[in-house]
Design a protein around this ligand. Structure first.
Ligand SMILES: [Zn+2]
Length: 195
């Protein structure tokens, strides 16, 4: 195994994230999309809405070419449905980036304000995903059945770095070797038991 993010590390990250959980319901996130990079944080009370005193500043973010959106899962998280509400829609590639990410973390459909997108097949267990920590520059890479089942069970990649404690963007799929084309996609939650 050459990945440096195993199940033990995944569990450690999960516990750390639960420790700093501010009591916000699971499945409510704010996503910031700039280029292909997605930064995800739990939707906390301190974050501004469009009706807050600083709400007009979302227009400035939009002008800067950045998208900020609130993401919510439906009441039954097993449905795999994700609803997106834009606060700033400055990045023209944001819907594509969010759709690609949603497929990797186990969502099935994504509801944008004006359309519903079927995200297609999920990851294959031989796939690998990676992210470079913006703080310490460590490159985290993960893959394998346990990694992907962990990602899809909580529908997000680990969101901060275990080394420096900084926030991590959501991870991106590494290019697939050709041999993975024969490997079927992993089943998502609600599609039957993981084998
Ligand atoms: Zn780091």
């Amino acid at each position: 195994m050459d990945e440096d993010w195993d199940e033990e590390l995944f569990e450690a990250a999960k516990e750390l994230e639960e420790e700093i959980d501010l009591g916000v319901p699971q499945g409510m996130y704010r996503a910031t999309v700039s280029g292909s990079r997605i930064q995800l944080v739990s939707l906390g009370a301190l974050l501004a809405g469009t009706d807050s005193p600083v709400g007009t500043m979302f227009a400035e973010v939009e002008e800067a070419g950045v998208t900020i959106a609130d993401l919510a899962t439906s009441g039954d998280d097993d449905s795999g449905e994700l609803t997106v509400t834009f606060l700033a829609a400055g990045d023209p590639g944001a819907e594509e980036a969010l759709t690609r990410w949603a497929g990797l973390v186990g969502y099935r459909r994504i509801w944008f304000p004006d359309r519903v997108v079927d995200v297609g097949n999920g990851p294959r267990f031989m796939d690998k995903a990676s992210v470079t920590c913006p703080g310490c520059r460590h490159v985290w890479t993960g893959g394998g059945r346990g990694f992907w089942i962990g990602i899809m069970s909580r529908r997000a990649f680990p969101a901060f770095c275990l080394l420096c404690g900084g926030d991590l963007p959501q991870w991106e799929l590494l290019p697939r070797p050709t041999y993975t084309t024969d490997c079927p996609p992993l089943r998502r939650r609600g599609e039957g038991e993981q084998r």
